[in-house]
Design a protein. Sequence first.
Length: 354
Amino acid sequence: MPTLSPPLFPRDVRVGLRALLSRHARSGVFVLVDEHTECHCLPLVRTAFDRVGAKVLRVAAGDEHKTIDTAIALWHQLVREGATRHSLLVNLGGGMVCDLGAFVAATFKRGMTAVNIPTTLLAMVDAAWGGKNGVNFEGLKNEIGTFVAPVSTLVHPQWLATLPAGELLSGYGEMLKHGLLADVHHWADVLKLDPLTLAVHPRAGEVLARSLQVKTDIVLSDPLEHDRRQVLNLGHTIGHALEALLQQRGTPMVMPHGNAVAHGLVAALYLSSALRGFPTDKMRQTVAHIRILYGRPPISCDDYAALYALAQHDKKNTDGIPAFVLLDDIGQPQTGIPIDRRHFDETLDFLREG
């Protein structure tokens, strides 16, 4: 895995992009977009790509399209367009585009150069940086993938103005996670934010940088997720299971990733309070805040067995027992905590009714 370069926060994303293109556009430039970023984001930086004759690759929007079939279609396009391992692929989009594009780049001709330009809040604070990329497979999240970092990641708050409310809420779910992993001051600051007004926040760039710095510090200490980086899976064990279950049901039941993480945080906080002594007042304050924004997940007791089975497939488990990241307190995560079926079902009861 190449050395991780910290994310860049250029004052003008067009200037930053032109500088990157001048350094890395050695043998053709390709830009990956979905229908949303092609419409709302590509026009804002189109001139920089036109200067180097970039070719546009398109995929359908939505995590349900982050599949090996989509990756194969992109590999075919790159071959037809004459791409080489010295070509550059710029992934302009949200977490799905950045995950998928970085995976395609990492595997095409054993690795071509990639740059991520995250355009959603979720991608800015989490998905676009850290070197983990991949595709969903057999109904499981990120089942096939690599640890290969993009050569650079450009983060800029200007893209927030292109986002609907649902995308802002999804990204905020990961910001809540970072607050719980950081310290009580950052946790309190995140709870005070109104995610729906973040696009006009006078210090949006600073807010994004502070949230991403939490992930940056953790990832740089453990880039291949041997130990400490696993704390970033806080809220993801049940969160990923919820995503997978609702995706299997099909639209309109698909749940955005950050919303699923927010519900997963409720579950993790309940277990942390019950099993690790996490302070009840902080648990209830955070859970109440999440429920105001995200409500409760659309599941019933009939879904418990399916959710447990999905959680058993999590890559961090041992012996088929779901392993959770829990908190002793804010900023004090513990990894690899096994949760048996009884506690798992009690947690789902709390998610639905508690």
